[in-house]
Design a protein around this ligand. Structure first.
Ligand SMILES: [Zn+2]
Length: 135
């Protein structure tokens, strides 16, 4: 049985981070949809979960390995960016009583300034644009 599965999977892409995440999300959708089916006749979450599950199996069994690899890389990049953003927000939240954060009007760089100095002229460290804000 195991040998047959191994032979079947030759040349196919297999499981990656993206398909693992897709299966988890589809399971959650299907689980929630079973609760909702008690109250609603049309259950869009059920169909969404089913479609996602079928799509994840399509990816696992796909023979277009390079395309699936590319999709997985895009997913991993997006996941990494989300983690970095979350950590930055966490840091900002921890410093909120001593610092204020502004966005440079020119280059959108976030600038951190000490709080409680009144109206100050801020020079962007990246593009040297000056702008006035109340700290
Ligand atoms: Zn700037």
């Amino acid at each position: 049985m195991k040998e047959k599965l191994r032979q079947f999977m030759i040349g196919r892409y297999g499981v990656d981070d993206l398909s693992r995440a897709q299966i988890i999300v589809s399971m959650v959708l299907l689980l929630v949809s079973t609760f909702l089916s008690a109250f609603f006749r049309v259950n869009i979450l059920y169909w969404l979960g089913l479609a996602l599950l079928i799509y994840s199996y399509f990816r696992i069994l796909s023979r277009n390995v390079s395309k699936r690899y590319e999709e997985n890389q895009r997913y991993l990049n997006a996941k990494y960016r989300a983690v970095v953003k979350k950590n930055n927000l966490k840091k900002r939240w921890a410093q909120r009583s001593t610092y204020r954060f502004f966005k440079c009007p020119q280059c959108k760089q976030t600038v951190r300034v000490p709080k409680g100095r009144g109206k100050i002229c801020i020079t962007c460290p990246k593009c040297k644009t000056e702008f006035i804000k109340k700290s």
